[in-house]
Design a protein around this ligand. Structure first.
Ligand code: F6R
Length: 354
């Protein structure tokens, strides 16, 4: 199935595999779009308000400053602001559609409190409010599913943070170059025998994936989970290490129903303290469950982090194809948004008044 070009084309008619593989090009274009449009890094914290495929870029930005330094990044997934946000902080509202209720509510709350803000999106009310208020706004290309625009949405955050984190600034072009190289092994044209992304999808087929990562990569584990949910249309979960080794590990070794789940252990790029820990955990889990270890090949933090993101994205598309579901549409999310809009929340509602 995964090696038949005709079936691949029919199974993924809108081209999710190609869209997600364009991550390095999206990052490059996103950095160009962000140039001169993003404000300076805040003296205080950077709060990212968003949901789903838009919010995840906040987690990845938080991982980056956790490693390279720069302002603390808080991610807020609710219709309000994190407690204690003040004038030294900066709110970035990220919504691909520009019409997500929770994100607009957080943004409006920041406007009411006259806090510094900027936004990233492809249009909608977010762009309208930004224009009306004269706030910085980075416009990204339209016509994609939000989770297929990760590079466009992430680049403005990294561009904003880079002046406060010289190591991050230096690793950005390395990430773009590294990703263009590593993706060649995972593309649809590469047969399963030589394609680790297709092989991993085969391992996960019929199971519920549970993706673990060390704390600095928590956002990557969440991205894997949500891409399995939205592209492959399966339940999936994620957990963060080392915490999960102090509780969930007992469930894995307890026997009940373990065969229905497939643990995937993401390893951190070039983070020495994690290696012995992950080795010990692997020894414990091996033989108890269908464990897969995934280690990035790019050795610097941001390139390795994004390599893992891109790999998980493609695995989720191959899993969709194996399950014979179209990876692109997400009717349940659309239906929920329609119901919310009918109740006056989010896009097209009276809330849209600036
Ligand atoms: C759809 C997707 C969703 C959306 C979420 C928020 O591809 O990934 O998780 O990202 O519903 O919508 P936006 O991103 O438009 O604010």
């Amino acid at each position: 199935m995964l090696d038949d070009p005709e079936r691949l084309r029919k199974g993924d008619p809108q081209g999710m595999a190609g869209t997600l593989s364009s991550l390095p090009e999206q990052l490059e274009e996103g950095l160009e779009r962000a140039a001169d449009r993003v404000p300076d890094p805040p003296r205080g914290r950077l709060a990212v308000a968003g949901m789903g495929g838009s919010a995840i870029v906040g987690d990845l930005a938080a991982a980056a400053t956790g490693h390279y330094g720069g302002p603390d990044v808080l991610v807020s997934r609710e219709p309000g602001l994190p407690r204690g946000l003040g004038r030294d902080d900066l709110l970035v509202a990220v919504s691909y559609s520009g019409n997500t209720w929770e994100t607009l509510a957080a943004y409006r709350e920041a406007l009411r409190r006259d806090l510094p803000c900027c936004s990233v999106g492809s249009g909608g009310q977010l762009a309208e409010i930004a224009a009306a208020r004269g706030h910085p706004h980075v416009a990204v290309p339209r016509g994609l599913p939000p989770r297929g625009a990760l590079g466009y949405l992430l680049a403005p955050l990294l561009a904003l943070l880079a002046p406060a984190a010289p190591g991050l600034e230096a690793d950005l072009p390395r990430a773009v170059e590294g990703l263009s190289g590593v993706r060649a092994r995972w593309l649809p044209a590469v047969p399963t025998g030589r394609n680790p992304a297709k092989r991993l999808a085969g391992v996960l087929q019929g199971c519920t994936p549970v993706v673990y990562a060390p704390a600095p990569l928590a956002g990557v584990a969440r991205r894997w989970q949500t891409q399995f949910n939205e592209n492959a249309k399966v339940l999936a979960f994620h957990g963060v290490l080392t915490e999960a080794a102090h509780n969930e590990v007992v469930g894995w070794l307890g026997g009940q129903g373990v065969g229905c789940f497939a643990p995937v252990l993401l390893e951190a790029p070039a983070e020495p303290p994690w290696t012995p820990f992950l080795e010990a955990l692997t020894e414990l889990l091996q033989g108890q469950a269908r464990l897969t270890n995934v280690r990035p090949s790019l050795d610097r933090f941001l390139p390795g982090l994004l390599e893992l993101v891109l790999l998980g994205d493609l695995v989720s598309v191959y899993l969709a194809l194996l399950r014979e579901v179209d990876p692109w549409p997400v009717p349940p999310i659309d239906r929920l948004k329609e119901k919310l809009a009918a109740r006056g929340l989010g896009g097209g509602s009276a809330e849209g008044e600036i």
